[in-house]
Design a protein around this ligand. Structure first.
Ligand SMILES: Cc1cc2nc3c(=O)[nH]c(=O)nc-3n(C[C@H](O)[C@H](O)[C@H](O)COP(=O)(O)O)c2cc1C
Length: 361
């Protein structure tokens, strides 16, 4: 039903600039009567972080930046949704236009720069839905003009712990100058130590708020070694791999738009983000669960993320091109995979990581 509505609305939405179309989509979702999420086949269920995910297909950060429609998004069939990025103080982000559709490449370039209504607005919206079903997390960042970026993450954790299931520390957005430097070993060690400490002090002990770290695809394997070592040392709960890329693959067809500054997502991100996911899996040795993000636009792509090492997957850009019907298509396609290969999602995690890391999908 919602998939059919998207097909009708897509030409009109795509005639508008990408940000206006997105704002209309959020407004449309906000008007949608709240329906319970469709019931998923038990074989899609994933037990992780002390929670039961009804299916492994999540919405990636950036779609509902202001935490306005989490329940409507869950009712589309996502197994979990990540809201935000949220930063402590309201900030407007970069000037418009700041998001571009590369239609021929089924890709998006964005340089929003973490535009956010701020932490207090997010906290109030999340508090008002407390007690509703569904797994919800928030992606957190630092203000552009912050003089103590680590303190910004700590503030977000202190404010949101207990209101959501998970918080994702975003040190990988390419659109806040210097943010990705936080992936450097010394910074990261301090950031993760203080984040975990803040979580442990704030949580009421009944149900732990999961803390994840989201990394960029554009890192060297040496940097990845250090990130994994620090994440393990500091007791982070999992890693989200990956954010958008600043690289511009030669194969992009929309040459003019490809020169726009920002992070590239969607189909062209699939291969690099899945390779770095597999490299991460080979390093964490099953000690840390991974969430695979980047170019998931089909059951085939989601299955590859799982085989590369993901326990859960997320998507954003493919929703722009394929609409919400994609969620159901991926879930039924995953069921076909496990049936055909006489396996389970759990057994498939990381099965082909060594090959995928070499580029053999
Ligand atoms: C318009 C837009 C805004 C985004 N905003 C954020 C953000 O605030 N925080 C974050 O960690 N990732 C953000 N992302 C990255 C996505 O969460 C995801 O990692 C990336 O788009 C790759 O997934 P995809 O290829 O399925 O889109 C954004 C992506 C897009 C397209």
């Amino acid at each position: 039903m919602i998939g059919a509505l998207f097909s009708l609305a897509k030409p009109a939405l795509h005639a508008l600039d990408a940000e206006t179309a997105h704002q209309l989509t959020i407004r449309g979702l906000a008007l949608m009567p709240l329906a319970p999420a469709p019931k998923d086949d038990a074989r899609l269920s994933v037990e992780l972080f002390g929670r039961q995910f009804p299916n492994p297909v999540g919405l990636a950060a950036g779609f509902d930046k202001q935490c306005e429609v989490p329940d409507q998004l869950l009712s589309l069939g996502f197994g979990f949704v990540e809201l935000g990025g949220v930063v402590p103080k309201p900030q407007t982000g970069n000037p418009r236009p700041r998001v571009f559709r590369l239609v021929q490449d089924e890709a998006v370039i964005n340089r929003f720069g973490l535009n956010s209504d701020g932490l207090e607005a997010a906290r109030q919206r999340l508090a008002s839905r407390l007690g509703r079903p569904g797994i919800v997390g928030v992606n957190i960042g630092a203000n552009k003009d912050s003089t103590d970026r680590i303190a910004d993450y700590v503030t977000c954790i202190q404010s949101l712990c207990g209101l959501v299931d998970f918080l994702t520390i975003n040190v990988s957005s390419p659109n806040t100058p210097g943010l990705r430097d936080l992936q450097g070993e010394a910074f990261l060690d301090d950031l993760l130590a203080r984040s975990i400490e803040a979580r442990n002090k704030t949580d009421d002990g009944r149900r732990k708020t999961t803390i994840l770290l989201k990394i960029a695809p554009d890192i060297s394997l040496e940097t990845l070694d250090a990130i994994v070592a620090t994440a393990l040392k500091r007791g982070i709960d999992g890693l989200t791999v990956s954010n958008t890329t600043v690289a511009r693959p030669e194969t992009l067809r929309e040459k003019a738009l490809a020169s726009e500054t920002g992070g590239l997502s969607g189909k062209p991100l699939f291969v690099p983000s899945t390779k770095i996911l597999a490299e991460t899996y080979l390093r964490v040795e099953r000690k840390l669960p991974l969430i695979g993000v980047g170019g998931v636009d089909s059951a085939e792509a989601a299955w590859a993320k799982i085989r590369a090492g993901a326990s859960l997957v997320q998507l954003y850009s493919a929703m722009v091109y394929k609409g919400p019907g994609l969620i159901g298509d991926i879930k039924s396609g995953l069921l076909q995979k496990v049936e055909k290969e006489k396996t389970s999602l759990a057994q498939a995690i990381g099965r082909d990581a060594a090959e995928i890391a070499k580029g053999l999908f």
